[in-house]
Design a protein around this ligand. Structure first.
Ligand SMILES: [Zn+2]
Length: 449
């Protein structure tokens, strides 16, 4: 990826001031720290695994740049660190009152913990990224489980990010595969945003769009290289993930990097699916499966020609009242999710007149929408093959999920986020049931798998 693209993105980043991506760049950590935090002391936060991978090199770079280091805070290596709020409190209290800038030597979970802890203390920090495992390094907010719910807690992104490709290339395959799964969802997520753009639901910001979608195809081009730890391939993946984070930072929302495939993952996360495994079922594994699922549904939509499939009068007649919607939601989700999901669903519920207008506009705009979707999307089989190659998850059986629960997710995932996606439009068009049925009927995508 051209260096200039990241530089351009940094100009609009609100929190992140410097990013170094490349082979051996861990050696620049000290210089970058000294430039951003002149005269300040540092304190490394890591767990034993990350410390083993990069701790010594980070310490060497910092001390040779004249940075005074306090004793590091290092979590145990086992069990796998969990992004729970209790760990945020632990780090926050460890850092509180110390006149030192935190240096997270971390991949996804630990970075989120340190990010939120620093956010609460209103201090900046530097992150040395150890794996291309998710897009959260440069994003605003941290994914933390608090009060039993996995949620995105607001907090600024790191002030400085160091992404050494040699370190990232040596990360476990599982982590690289999970980062690939997180990144590939940006393909159908872009399609969701196109629909919203055309229907006046949420306009595309062309600059933010370009940050994510510009480098995306190239970043996903070499899954085998990513699996093999080829630094060139990891460079593309890591850059794509960092750019997605910067886009979310610029847009102050995850819309540029998260669509219906993420809804699948978020629902399973909220239902604690696989969270008590060791290691826990990763975000990117769930997102990758969600990506294939949504892409397969898009294929049904495009094959059917949505505009001619919509019967506006019938859809409006079938449209549930809010009370009926609430009852459907409660029947679909476990009681602990009712309150948060109702709040999210309320945010996108339409009255029947608005549904009529929405569907009429969809029919009118369909030729343009269809053209843009075809340009944006990749076939589900292609996405699946890339994910299979990198070692990610592409079938519910790989994560022990019963087929009926998986199939149900097409109907249930939209409840848990206000963000409008394809399944919302199909619900309003009264077409979600038949289209999902097609996927599982003989000859359908999931029946073939
Ligand atoms: Zn994600």
């Amino acid at each position: 990826m051209p260096e200039s693209l990241i530089d351009k993105a940094l100009e609009t980043a609100t929190d992140t001031h410097a990013i170094e991506i490349g082979r051996g760049v861990v050696a620049t950590t000290g210089r970058l720290f000294a430039e951003r935090f002149p005269g300040r002391a540092g304190i490394i936060v890591a767990d034993e695994n990350h410390w083993r991978v990069a701790g010594r090199q980070v310490v060497e770079s910092l001390t040779s740049a004249g940075v005074r280091l306090l004793d590091p805070y290092v979590f145990p290596g086992t069990p796998t660190l969990y992004a729970g709020y209790d760990n945020v409190e632990t780090v926050r209290e460890e850092l509180r009152g110390k006149d030192a800038v935190p240096i997270a030597v971390a991949s996804g979970t630990l970075n989120d913990i340190v990010k939120r802890a620093c956010g609460e203390l209103e201090i900046e920090y530097l992150c040395v990224a150890t794996a291309a495992s998710m897009d959260g390094y440069a994003s605003y907010g941290a994914s933390i489980t608090k009060d039993g719910f996995k949620q995105t807690l607001t907090c600024p992104a790191p002030a400085v990010i160091v992404a050494d490709l040699d370190i990232m290339a040596g990360a476990p395959e599982r982590l690289t595969a999970t980062g690939f799964g997180d990144l590939i969802e940006k393909v159908p997520a872009g399609a969701d945003w196109i629909i919203c753009d055309e229907l006046g639901i949420e306009k595309i910001d062309p600059y933010v769009w370009s940050l994510v979608q510009g480098p995306l195809r190239e970043s996903l081009a070499d899954p085998q290289g990513c699996k093999d730890g080829d630094p060139e391939a990891i460079s593309g993946l890591a850059s794509g993930l960092v750019m997605s984070g910067l886009a979310m930072q610029a847009y102050q929302s995850s819309r540029p990097a998260s669509g219906g495939g993420h809804h699948f993952s978020h629902l399973w996360e909220m239902e604690h699916y696989g969270l008590d495994w060791d290691p826990p079922l990763s975000h990117g594994f769930k997102v990758g499966l969600g990506t294939v699922s949504v892409a397969a549904l898009y294929e049904v939509v495009l094959a059917a020609d949505l505009a001619s499939a919509i019967d506006v009068d019938a859809a409006v007649a079938a449209w549930p009242t809010w009370d009926e919607t609430e009852a459907q939601l409660k029947a679909a989700l476990t009681p602990d999710l009712h309150e948060p999901a109702l709040a999210q669903t309320r945010g996108k519920y339409l009255g029947s007149d608005e549904v009529r207008a929405r569907l009429e506009l969809t029919i009118e705009r369909w030729p343009v929408i269809e053209k843009r979707l075809r340009e944006q999307l990749l076939p589900a089989a292609v996405l699946k093959e890339k994910l299979d190659t990198v070692g990610a998850v592409t079938h519910p059986s790989q994560i022990g999920m019963p087929m009926d629960r998986f199939r149900d997710t097409y109907h249930r995932a939209r409840w848990i986020r206000t963000r409008f996606v394809l399944t919302d439009l199909l619900t309003q068009a009264n077409l979600l049931d038949p289209f999902v049925d097609e996927l599982f009927a003989p000859g359908g995508f999931w029946a073939e798998q």
